[in-house]
Design a protein around this ligand. Sequence first.
Ligand SMILES: O=C(O)c1ccccc1NCC(=O)[C@H](O)[C@H](O)COP(=O)(O)O
Length: 203
Amino acid sequence: MYVKVCGLRTEGDVAAAVGAGADAVGFVFAASPRKIDIPTARKLIADVPPNVLTVGVFLKQPAEEVREIALATGVGILQLHGDYPHETFAELAEFRLMRATSLTPETDITVGAFGEELLLLDSPQAGSGERWDLTPIASSRPEGQWLLAGGLNPGNVRAAIDAVRPWGVDVSSGVESSRGVKDHDLIRAFVAEAKRITADKSS
Ligand SMILES: O=C(O)c1ccccc1NCC(=O)[C@H](O)[C@H](O)COP(=O)(O)O
């Protein structure tokens, strides 16, 4: 199970996530209590081991701003929220891209439909910690590299994985003690729980 921990802001946050075995760590560059400034992000990203993917999170920001932040921080992949059109994905095609979207009857759940490498299915309010109805994808799941997010935490991630069998999971609110403040014990518990499922399923 691929595990991403999002909204990291300090060296301690990154150390907790990487030490727990997270596969990806996310940094929010959108307007948010979790927003990180460019110099801090650049320093944290430079210290992330190469086997851990660094993710820059954006919401409805112009492509030129996204590009500038990506180049200034050296982030490994861009997570684009806000239903950007095909044209924006094409404009940013020099970068690795993750398409982040909520699920509606109109949502194209084909991984790669916009040229992205990864698809993130999230709640309508990204980063809100709100659950959403997984029923539609339980029977009609995307294929390939897609992550599930939205209100996951150490106590419910097992059930969510069992329900929709995503390729990976993503968490932010569910590993915080208060909005924007990561709880390192919860990060460790979340990653262990998600990874334990993989071991259980393969045995
Ligand atoms: O975290 C934010 O504040 C945020 C703001 C704008 C766009 C995206 C944002 N976060 C994305 C994430 O943290 C995760 O990809 C995911 O949405 C986490 O959801 P949750 O565990 O429900 O907080």
